[in-house]
Design a protein around this ligand. Structure first.
Ligand SMILES: Nc1ncnc2c1ncn2[C@@H]1O[C@H](COP(=O)(O)OP(=O)(O)O)[C@@H](O)[C@H]1O
Ligand SMILES: [Mg+2]
Length: 232
């Protein structure tokens, strides 16, 4: 579904991504793992169109999207949930959702219903400013807003960051549920332990390079991953 081919990204003269390649297959959960600063967010931004790579190509459903504007990528079904659950805190939950939904105007009602059946709490909080929600609820809203665009590929940037362990479990459960409803997922995480439990395949980024990739179960068993990322 998505093919990232030998991308190189620079911030001024500093190289953030070196020759990064991987593929996400339709229907799977693909985890992109790595420590802080490894280049995970940069990779997602290059896929969603916030960053244009200096070299390399990105293909989505066999189409070269490397230079497509962000909105065109959203229309084709790529939606990003940014790091740090950036909701519009002064706007209500409903307004946040409608902002996500405008690109699929005719689907708004249906998409709202789908989002409420996944996250019933958002329906209860509909007219509350998003800034008054808890961290976990804001993360749900941030994911829900992305779902309003009817994504085929959902890019999730560290959805578990800063959440209490119980909420982390909830969020991962929701991610699995969204995937089971047919949305392909590219999940960026420092929390390799949780990510490898729900992912089909994964890649590990280190200082802007993919140093490992394979089936999630194989990565789970690797000593190098265990010692560096799984605390064992
Ligand atoms: N806007 C920016 N300007 C300059 N350097 C940046 C910028 N964003 C990220 N970087 C650098 O690029 C590297 C990768 O960052 P990032 O993709 O955010 O990593 P991760 O998401 O894995 O923590 C880091 O060294 C980071 O400091
Ligand atoms: Mg990041």
């Amino acid at each position: 579904m998505l093919r990232v081919e030998e991308i190189e990204v620079f911030y001024d003269s500093i190289q953030a991504l070196r020759n990064v390649s991987f593929e996400v297959k339709e229907g799977e959960i693909f985890a992109l793992l790595g420590a802080n600063g490894a280049g995970k967010t940069t990779t997602l931004k290059t896929i969603s169109g916030l960053i244009i790579p200096r070299r390399g190509r990105i293909y989505f459903q066999e189409e070269d999207i490397t230079f497509l504007p962000i909105q065109e990528r959203v229309k084709r079904g790529i939606s990003q949930v940014p790091e740090g659950r950036r909701v519009f805190s002064k706007l209500t939950v409903e307004e946040n959702l409608l902002l996500g939904g405008y690109i699929r105007e005719r689907g708004i009602k249906k998409n709202l219903e789908a989002v409420f059946s996944l996250f019933p709490i958002l329906k209860e909080r509909l007219h509350q400013p998003a800034g008054t929600l808890s961290g976990g609820e804001q993360q749900m809203l941030s994911i829900a807003r992305a779902l309003m665009t009817e994504p085929r590929l959902l890019l999730l940037d560290e959805p578990s960051l800063g959440l209490a362990p119980l909420l982390v479990r909830d969020i991962f459960h929701y991610i699995k549920e969204i995937n089971e409803e047919g949305v392909t997922i590219l999940l960026v995480e420092q929390n390799a332990h949780m990510a490898l439990q729900i992912a089909n395949r994964a890649a590990l980024l280190q200082r802007g390079e993919v140093v490992l990739q394979g089936k999630a179960e194989d990565l789970r068993d690797m000593e190098s991953i265990k010692s560096a990322y799984l605390g064992g």
